[in-house]
Design a protein. Structure first.
Length: 457
């Protein structure tokens, strides 16, 4: 008889946890499978299909036999397409020695950390953050240093606070704009102020994750941090990919552009890890980067439309505040006004985790609590879903207003919430934040409208 075997994960794995958003999505799937009607607002990927010309390029690559290993830093065609993309964004050329490619932006970020940090190195992670950053730092034996960037500063980095957070051990500033989950974007002068701080600390580099740059709603065009100060080119690793811009999350293709020595180190790791990303995805990415940009523009217009609908609806809910994001497809409403309230079942909402639990249990809406993103009390709402998702946003919004914890009573429990959402008074649907008194008056108007509707035959 063989002895029982117990697998013990490495310390590296013990230090980290699975992504909370992936866990929330899995929970939503479980509940759906068990027959519950669930609105899942946790999944950070476009609901659009990959454009046809990109799929055609992949099929042509297969037909032409481009199905073998490529160079670690990709085919010449891909490097040419990335270099053209960089020139259009940043206004400068970049040679092959500055380009690394990976199986998604996520892999590039992981390898960049693996190539550059060790025990004792600190990585500044502004909060709220994309859930993977701190765990990637921990997996690579570094220490994540959280830099709070709350709603008061528009979820943006304050240069003075950044300066104060830098120590002799700091290796990287993680810089994600437009950011997941708050969608904050920066002007050229704000970016220059951040780079001025970084320039004063010669050991510090900027890990600039601009994966959402194409989903940009600002009046002025998006400004890449890599375009601001050419003298900082070697201090910035600019990371991007096609997952979000071209609805290609499953193709796993991303890239980084940075100092040749750093890129060489990343490529050495890549050569031992996967040799190269898929040759077929590389061909598809060439088509995405060199092809027409009408797909990207159409998707962005639709994301903006959805953002405006959901921001409007969330702002109409007593106890929630919602900043309208400059980019990406996430909202990060603050739920401070609901903390300490009681649910209709009498349970006290002690924190944002209780709030998202309540949303799931009572309303069948899955979101992720702000604590998972390093900033409480908030909750994440992904508004990328409509289409198939247009329905879900409306369903979600129709359900959210029934979350009234202000008096422990569900004032929308009459079941007419859908019609109700359509009947919001115009003041309630403007984008301006509301005072407590305005919320109270909106709520009373809705209650009156609700009773009026019930009286109708
Ligand atoms: N960076 C951020 C901020 C993200 O939100 C995500 C995915 O959600 C990624 C990177 C991953 O991108 P990719 O699919 O290219 O690995």
């Amino acid at each position: 008889m063989t002895a029982a075997f117990t697998f013990e994960p490495s310390d590296r794995v013990r230090r980290i946890k699975p992504s909370p958003s992936v866990a929330a999505a899995a929970r939503a799937r479980e509940l759906k499978a068990a027959g519950r009607d669930i609105v899942d607002l946790t999944v950070g990927e476009p609901d659009f299909d990959t454009p046809q010309h990109v799929k055609d390029a992949a099929m042509a690559a297969i037909a032409a036999g481009a199905t073998k290993y490529t160079a670690v830093n990709g085919t010449p065609a891909l490097r040419g397409a990335i270099s053209g993309w960089y020139r259009r964004l940043v206004g400068r050329a970049c040679d092959d020695a500055r380009i690394t490619i990976g199986g998604g932006a996520k892999q590039v970020i992981f390898l960049a950390l693996m190539a550059s940090i060790g025990t004792g190195d600190e990585v500044i992670v502004p909060a709220p953050f994309w859930v993977s950053y701190p765990d990637m730092v921990l997996a690579n034996e570094g220490t994540p240093i959280l830099l709070p960037c709350g709603q008061e500063t528009g979820f943006k980095i304050d240069p003075a606070a950044l300066d104060a957070a830098i120590t002799p051990k700091t290796r990287w500033l993680v810089f994600n704009a437009p950011g997941n989950p708050a969608g904050a974007g920066y002007s050229r002068s704000e970016l220059a102020a951040i780079l001025e701080v970084v320039a004063r600390h010669p050991r510090v580099m900027v890990l600039a994750d601009e994966i959402y740059d194409s989903i940009w709603f600002g009046e002025a065009p998006f400004v890449s941090i890599a375009s601001v100060d050419p003298s900082m080119a070697d201090r910035i690793l600019l990371v991007n990919g096609v997952s979000k811009s071209h609805a290609m999350t499953g193709w796993r293709m991303g890239w980084g552009i940075g100092a040749p020595d750093l890129v060489k180190a990343i490529n050495t790791l890549q050569s031992q890890m996967s040799s190269c990303p898929s040759s077929i995805s590389q061909a598809a990415t060439v088509a995405a980067l060199n092809g027409p940009d009408d797909f990207v523009r159409t998707c962005t217009a639709e994301y903006r439309r959805r953002r405006d609908i959901v921001v409007d609806r969330l702002r109409a809910i007593p106890g929630l505040e919602c900043v309208s994001p400059s980019g990406a497809f996430y909202l990060f409403p603050r739920c401070a006004g609901l903390i300490g309230k009681r649910t209709p079942a009498g349970v006290v909402i002690a924190d944002d985790l209780d709030f998202v639990r309540y949303l799931l249990d009572a309303e069948g809406v899955t979101t992720v609590h702000g604590g998972a993103y390093g900033l409480s009390p908030h909750s994440l709402v992904v508004c990328n879903q409509p289409g198939r998702a247009r329905r879900s946003v409306h369903t979600h919004c129709a359900r959210m207003p029934s979350v009234d914890l202000t008096g422990g009573r569900r004032w929308m429990s009459c079941g007419c919430s859908n019609s109700y959402s359509r009947r919001l008074p115009s003041a309630a649907s403007s984008n301006t934040p509301k005072t407590g008194a305005q919320y109270g008056s909106m709520r009373r108007q809705r209650w009156r409208g609700c009773r009026a509707m019930k009286r109708r035959p």
